[in-house]
Write a protein that binds this ligand. Structure first.
Ligand code: NAP
Length: 269
């Protein structure tokens, strides 16, 4: 992988790497520790940590966020390494129920490479997964709910069906109410997670959920993999839902490249 950040300005630049100063810019496989440095969350503010919501998404050149209903066909091994690194840095992974259903989500695993840094950062062995759902039409007998390393959270509204809420709790999930109706208010979800001590937030979409975080103005960072593929068709983009009144401008923080895949990181200025 090669660092193409050079002109991206503050926040960019290669992480310290072994060897000479140009080492990070050369095409070679980066260790997970180097990736973790490159994708580190911002340092907590002096008056205490504030939530930082980062999204990680992959898109083809023509804007498709999936192929045949999944993101795997448009991804690559390095994209999955970055995906794993971002999980290794996060307190919680926030994901829409449809992505859980379509991608067959399993609990996040503890990885030896991140054990030390996670402990030092006061984090559990793996991020919690927080599933956002109004209907709670989820299979609560799945390992995601019954046997995660850290309890899976279910974010839903106060008016969600009580029997489904009870089923989630019976399975071992922690139900967090973040909306007055059946649905979740995106900004309230961020606050609720922060209230539980989860400030390093990572959302893996899907597009319908991410669009709501964007519209609510609570997305701080987008880690976007641009896959050098064209798919045509009518696949979703990485965000869905109603458009915002004025486009939200983000600034490029870093840009890595490997075999035509671009791994960009944009931040809210
Ligand atoms: N390219 C990528 O990086 C990427 C990433 C993730 C997913 N994907 C793809 O995207 C597709 C799925 O994404 P999607 O956009 O259709 O769905 P999604 O955003 O993953 O999930 C939508 C579901 O989340 C729940 N939800 C969303 N907003 C909610 C709110 N405000 N309150 C309560 N519940 C809410 C609802 O669940 P209930 O129906 O249970 O109420 C809704 O049906 C899959 O094909 C997946 O492969 C691609």
């Amino acid at each position: 992988m090669t660092d193409r950040t050079a002109a991206s300005g503050p926040g960019g630049g290669p992480p310290p790497a072994p060897g000479d100063a140009g080492d990070a810019a050369r095409d070679r496989e980066w260790s997970l520790a180097e990736l973790a440095r490159a994708y580190a969350y911002p340092e907590p503010a002096p008056d205490g940590p504030r939530p930082w919501l980062r999204a990680n998404m992959v898109s083809t050149l023509d804007g498709a966020a999936q192929h045949d209903g999944r993101s795997q066909p448009i991804s690559t091994a390095t994209d999955m390494r970055i995906f794993g690194t971002l999980r290794g840095l996060a307190d919680v992974v926030v994901v829409g129920a449809q992505t859980v259903r379509m991608e067959g989500y399993r609990p996040a695993r503890a990885r030896a490479e991140f054990a030390g840094p996670r402990e030092a950062a006061g984090q559990g062995p793996a991020p919690a997964v927080a599933v956002v759902s109004a209907g709670l039409d989820l299979d609560f007998s799945l390992p995601l709910f019954t046997s995660p390393l850290v309890p899976t959270l279910v974010l839903t509204g106060a008016a969600a069906a009580p029997d489904r809420v009870a089923a989630a709790r019976r399975a071992g999930a922690r139900v967090v109410v973040a909306g007055d109706g059946t649905g979740v208010d995106p900004a309230r979800a961020v606050r609720a997670l922060a209230g539980l001590g989860h400030t390093r937030l990572l959302t893996e979409g899907g597009p319908r959920l991410l669009g709501q975080f964007v519209a609510a103005g609570v997305l701080d960072e987008l880690c976007l993999t641009i896959s050098p593929m064209l798919t045509a068709g009518d696949a979703q983009r990485i965000t869905g839902g109603p458009s915002v009144a004025v486009p939200h401008r983000f600034a490029l923080a870093s840009l890595l490249e490997e075999e035509g895949f671009l791994f960009a990181r944009y931040r809210r200025p």
